[in-house]
Every structure is written in structure tokens, then in C-alpha cells.
Design a protein around this ligand. Structure first.
Ligand code: SF4
Length: 513
């Protein structure tokens, strides 16, 4: 049996029907349909061997597992539905999550709106309340929680007591977690919270390559982000580009496990190999050719508006990448794109570097130009907008509403998210649904209406790369239709108001004159 068991709950240990974006469904509150339908649609159980070792596991857990094995530990990832046996001899359990309690931006938005705990938070709670976790604790197992949502435990310290969490580790794990687990194995007392500063970030040499497949073929190509947005926890982590030979090593691991499509992970894929904030065409072409050598379908985790515009204006880069990615087997590709706000005054305060190398005053125009480029190359993004930011005015919100009207026919999902106090704004208050103004409601309705309309269009091709696509499509089609019916009946439907937009444009023009 295994000394160190790494695990997480079902919503994380799933490949979301081989569609990474469907994972967002687990951040929803289980309304309209019962929770088991949400789990079936967005987080089916992961296939595993008789010992409970998963076919694919979340990338962060795979990285940690590899690092521990490289350091000589007896460590293994186990799926949550096979944990009971695996824990009989374990000495340490590591539990990682992107959103333990549903406090992340999408989950807290839905939880706050519907006043109901989200699917991911419920699933995690169920895992922690399994009797075999309490039994393992009685036997003296040490439990360490970590991952991108480690900060959430600061708001739930009483649950650390209740569930027997000995230590919460916050930060990049490679360097310190090895010492921490060594201490746990030796029976030493661990600190309740352990936070890594950016100076403790591991070097490239300390980052191990995954040994087994990651969920949906995710492969990290760089860490860190230089843009310094004030609301973001990634801000100012040192930039590290993963060398191509190591990217290839991980692509091979996934391809050999039978994974045919995957995602390059980075806070901005278009900054891979960049000098400063300008894309490096040669490196990006090399990277994407490499990706397509191993995967039939390739996606990018994130890309930035400004790098899309800069790359296309100066080098026709996005069009050149389309020629590599789109072929007879892949019709489109996806990426998450942070828009956050269309208000120049607000953008200048919270994300002054976001438009670089352009001026933040051009931000709304850059977003529209990037949308045009993406439309032309069949890049279908999930765009995020944040509302409830400190110092946000009604006018700021309405400018974002206008931007959504401008993007009405753009094939994309626009995800509204309430502000969550993270990064340099971590001392600020949470934004809650009870604070919603009419302008906020209009923003949420617009996103819902736009998303429902575009979601149906996206669904047409969404499963086209899967043999079972025609069987799955009707379920998701029904899901979107039912949401549309409820939204219309409940007064949550909002088409663009062209008159109001023209009025606002006149007013803004007069103000600027
Ligand atoms: S929000 Fe995006 S662009 Fe801004 S610092 Fe975070 S990762 Fe970088």
C-alpha cells in the first residue's frame, strides 16, 4: 500500500466528458435540475484501475506526485470513490482543490445569486465527511490541504478542526512540500498554515515532469504572469518558461495514455518565450506544431487580448497559428480570455498593465479588435468580466454592458464573476448578490442571454470530435433550452438595447469633447 495518498473530490477528479470547459458547470448551484444531473453532465467519475489509480488526474496533483516520486517517496494519486482501501496504510493524505468551498469567482457568483452551495463545494464536503476519512484520522494519518484554493481555509478554520486538516499549504509546492511531508512521516507537528512567498517559487530544475496522464491532456508551458493585475493571486510570480523538450516529454506521457486532445496551460499562452510583453512568433509556432504532433485537438488555457492584437497586427501570428491548429480533425479551439471590465477609468486602477504594449485607454477597442481576430480564426473564448470591484461605479458597469452589446454576435461565452478579495485587493470586502444594483442585474442578464444564444451555436460543433457527440448533444441542448425558458419567465432575459447604447455613446462623446 501507499505512504502518501494524493486525492481530491469528484468534481476535480473528472475529465468533464473530455471537455475542459464543461468543468465550469461544477461551479454552478444545483438549481432547476437535481444535483446528480449536474454531476452526470459536468463531472462523470474518472476511470481507474483496481487500486484506484486514475486514468487521468488533475495536473497539479500529477506534478506533486511526480516530485514526490522523484524524491523517493511512496506516493500515489487515488480517485475519491476508491479511497477507503487506499487509506488503510497511508501515513499522509494530500488534498488539493481549485475551489474547496465554492469561494472562487464563478462559484461565489452562482452561490450568492441562488443562495445555494455550489456543486463543487457540496462534492468536497461529501468527501470530507466520509467515515473513512474520520477513521484514517483516528489511526493517526496527517492531512495536508493545498492547491490554488488554499487561501479559502482562512475563512473556514473551524472545518480544519472538524475534518482533521493538520496543515494548509499555500503556494507552489515543489520546493517545500517535500520537507513538509518528510516531517509528517516522522510524526513531527506541522504548522497550521504554511504560505510560500514568491521568492520561494521553485526553479525549473525543481519542477518534475508528470509521469502519468493529466486531465484532458493539460501540459504546463510556463508559470507566472508579468501583468500585475491587482485582483489576481498569480500576480508577480516569477516568469518561468518550461523548455520545449520537457513540454514534449509530458505530451508524450499523455499521448501514450490514449489522450487525443489537450490544453497548453499558462496565464497567457501567447507570452511563451516572450521578451517583455510582446509575443515571440517563432517560439509560439514551434510550441503549437509540437502540440499538434501529439494531440488531434489543441486548446489554450488562457490568452490575453493585447497579445492577440499585437501578434496579429505585427506578425499575422494568430492567423499563422490557426493554420497549424485547425485541420481536417479540429474545427475550432478554445481559450479563456480575461476582459474584466470595459471601463477605462476602472481598468486603469485595477489592471494598468493589462493592455501592454498598448495604452490601457484603448482597452475596450482592443477587446473588440481581438474578438474580430478570434472570430476570423475560429478561436472560441470563454471571456471573464468581473463586477463588484472596489470603487466600481454604475457607469463602469454600464460600459461593460455596452461592450457585451457590441460583442452580441461574437461566438463566445462571457462569464460574469463577482469580485473576490484576492491578490493586492485581498483586504477588501467580498461582493455579494444582495449588493446588486440595477446595472449589475443588467450585466448578469446580458451575459446570460448572450451565453444562452451563443451556447447553442457553440454546441453545434462542440462534440463533433467525439463518436458519441450526437448522443450527448441533446442533453446539453435541453439543458440550455430549459435555462432559457426559466430566464425568460423569470425576467432575466435581456437583448441589446440599441437606443440606450446610442444615447450613451452620444453622452460619452460629449463628455470627451
Ligand atoms: S489577471 Fe491574468 S493578466 Fe492579470 S495578473 Fe492575473 S494572470 Fe496576469
Amino acid at each position: 500500500m501507499t505512504d502518501v495518498v494524493l486525492t481530491t473530490d469528484r468534481t476535480m477528479m473528472s475529465n468533464h466528458r473530455q471537455k475542459e470547459f464543461l468543468g465550469f458547470g461544477t461551479t454552478g448551484a444545483p438549481v432547476i435540475f437535481p444535483e446528480f444531473v449536474w454531476l452526470w453532465m459536468f463531472a462523470p467519475k474518472m476511470k481507474c484501475d483496481t487500486r484506484g489509480r486514475p486514468w487521468q488526474a488533475p495536473y497539479g496533483l500529477r506534478k506533486l506526485e511526480a516530485r514526490l516520486k522523484d524524491q523517493g517517496f511512496d506516493a500515489e494519486i487515488i480517485v475519491p470513490h476508491k479511497l477507503e482501501n487506499a487509506l488503510s496504510d497511508a501515513k499522509v493524505i494530500i488534498i488539493s482543490h481549485h475551489d474547496f468551498f465554492g469561494f472562487g469567482p464563478p462559484s461565489s457568483t452562482f452561490a450568492s445569486l441562488f443562495e445555494k452551495e455550489t456543486v463543487n463545494a457540496r462534492s468536497f464536503k461529501r468527501l470530507m465527511e466520509e467515515p473513512f476519512i474520520a477513521e484514517a484520522k483516528k489511526r493517526g494519518v496527517t492531512i495536508i490541504a493545498g492547491g490554488p484554493a488554499a487561501w479559502q481555509w482562512r475563512y473556514r478554520e473551524q472545518l480544519m478542526e472538524k475534518w482533521g486538516i493538520d496543515c494548509v499549504f499555500d503556494g507552489e509546492g515543489e520546493r517545500e512540500i517535500v520537507n513538509l511531508i518528510g516531517k509528517a512521516m516522522a510524526g513531527e507537528q506541522l504548522p497550521k498554515f504554511m504560505e510560500m512567498s514568491h521568492n520561494d517559487a521553485p526553479t525549473l530544475e525543481e519542477i518534475s515532469c508528470i509521469r502519468d496522464a493529466s486531465v484532458n491532456g493539460l501540459v504546463e508551458i510556463m508559470r507566472g504572469c508579468p501583468r500585475g493585475c491587482k485582483f489576481c493571486s498569480v500576480t508577480n510570480r516569477p516568469l518561468r518558461f518550461i523548455p520545449l523538450d520537457r513540454v514534449e516529454q509530458e505530451l508524450k506521457v499523455n499521448a501514450e495514455a490514449g489522450i487525443t486532445g489537450g490544453t497548453f496551460h499558462s496565464e497567457d499562452v501567447l507570452l511563451y518565450g516572450a521578451k517583455g510583453l510582446e509575443p515571440n512568433p517563432e517560439k509560439l509556432i514551434e510550441l503549437n506544431i509540437l502540440g499538434k504532433r501529439y494531440y488531434r485537438n489543441l486548446a489554450w488555457a488562457h490568452a490575453s487580448v493585447s497579445a492577440i492584437v499585437k501578434g496579429e497586427r505585427d506578425h499575422k501570428l494568430i492567423s499563422r497559428l490557426e493554420e497549424i491548429i485547425i485541420d481536417g480533425r479540429q474545427k475550432w479551439w478554445g481559450a479563456e480570455i480575461g476582459v474584466e471590465t470595459a471601463s477605462v477609468p476602472l481598468a486603469s486602477k485595477i489592471m494598468p498593465q493589462k493592455a501592454k504594449p498598448y495604452d490601457i485607454r484603448d482597452w475596450p477597442e482592443l477587446v473588440k479588435e481581438a474578438a474580430g481576430i478570434m472570430q476570423d480564426v475560429s478561436l472560441v473564448p470563454a471571456m471573464t468580466v468581473i463586477t463588484g470591484l472596489p470603487d466600481e461605479t454604475e457607469d463602469d458597469v454600464l460600459r461593460t454592458v455596452d461592450l457585451i452589446d457590441d460583442l452580441w454576435d461574437f461566438k463566445a461565452i462571457i462569464m460574469p464573476m463577482f469580485f473576490v478579495p484576492m491578490g493586492m485587493l485581498s483586504q477588501n470586502d467580498w461582493f455579494k448578490a444582495y449588493k446588486l444594483s440595477d446595472a449589475h442585474m443588467e450585466l448578469l442578464k446580458k451575459c446570460l442571454t448572450h451565453g444562452t444564444r451563443q451556447g447553442k451555436d457553440i454546441l453545434r460543433d462542440y462534440f463533433s470530435d467525439r463518436w458519441y457527440g450526437p448522443l450527448m448533444k441533446p442533453f446539453y441542448w435541453t439543458f440550455i433550452n430549459v435555462i432559457e425558458v426559466f430566464a425568460k419567465r423569470g425576467g432575466y432575459w435581456s437583448e441589446p438595447d440599441l437606443d440606450r447604447r446610442e444615447e450613451r455613446k452620444d453622452r460619452t462623446g460629449a463628455e470627451n469633447a
